[in-house]
Design a protein around this ligand. Structure first.
Ligand code: CA
Length: 282
């Protein structure tokens, strides 16, 4: 049974007693756990980062490293000498069937084409198979053998080789799947790439919102948005005159979003609260 984390905010209106009580909770509660071991690639012994291994059919085609020039501290790195074969850093993540999971992280691409994918296959009782295979590709012409002859450096496009960029995958886990492999590597091109700050966990939460006006106050409207997006995920529209309470449930909300509720009181005052209660980066 999942425990509900209550976030109860009796908010003060000017110098009076609180004017509205807002309860904003999630099932599962936020933030949800990161299921990736050693997600920042910081721990390990010798030349090997704990929890991660490199796999390819042709090891001679690759150089790999546990390097210091990460997005945070250290990172996973690999170089494919030719496009003859793919190769991936990876680890297996535990999952529960029937839920959606989010797999995300950051990559830096020096050249060639990366593939980040979440994949697994299980046998069903009737002999058929159930699987998932969610993929994120990103490529660049930088470093390609045609480049010096036919293309000017300005026309290369693709990601800046010095920058870290996010990737994001979501997969619904079929029964009876218990584990998913997260693989990060080069996809049949020569080039190099790095990966850092990986995250895997439940993708969705159900939010429950309860708003209660204090004695003598009324509610006019309740709007919920995700921070960073202007489009409401919930809008009560004008409530009936004299409304003192409002309740709503929001299913299938992303676990990596911050939700903000804006409550307009009868006197026009707007009171806001966030779940989870985090401060915006300045
Ligand atoms: Ca790191």
């Amino acid at each position: 049974m999942v425990e509900l984390a209550a976030l109860i905010l009796p908010l003060l209106a000017s110098s009076h007693a609180w004017s509205v009580e807002i309860q904003f909770t999630g099932n599962p509660p936020l933030p949800v756990a990161n299921l990736v071991r050693n997600p920042g690639i910081e721990s390990g012994l010798g030349a090997t980062p704990e929890g991660w291994s490199f796999a390819t059919a042709t090891p001679d085609n690759f150089e790999t490293g546990w390097r210091d020039d990460g997005r945070s501290g250290k990172c996973l790195w690999l170089k494919a000498k030719t496009g003859a074969m793919s190769g991936y850093w990876g680890q297996v993540v535990p999952v529960a069937p029937g839920k959606s999971y989010l797999f995300k992280g950051y990559y830096r691409l020096g050249g060639g084409k990366i593939l980040c994918y979440a994949h697994s296959s299980v046998a069903l009782p009737d002999g058929r198979k159930a699987g998932i295979d969610e993929r994120f590709y990103r490529g660049t012409m930088r470093g390609h053998w045609l480049v010096p002859v036919f293309l000017s450096p300005d026309s290369l496009g693709g990601p800046d080789p010095q920058q870290w960029y996010p990737f994001r995958l979501v997969a619904r886990i079929p029964d009876p799947m218990q584990a998913v492999a997260l693989s990060l590597g080069m996809y049949f091109t020569a080039g190099d790439s790095a990966f850092d700050d990986l995250w895997a966990g439940e993708a969705e939460t159900e939010l429950a919102l309860t708003v209660k006006a204090a004695e003598g106050e009324t509610l006019r409207r309740v709007v919920v948005t995700q921070v960073g997006s202007a489009k409401p995920v919930l809008d009560s529209q004008p409530l009936a005159a004299g409304s003192g309470a409002y309740e709503a449930k929001l299913e299938h909300q992303p676990t990596d979003a911050v939700h903000e509720v804006a409550v307009t009181l009868g006197n026009g005052e707007i009171v806001k609260a966030r779940y989870p209660d985090v401060q915006e980066a300045k």
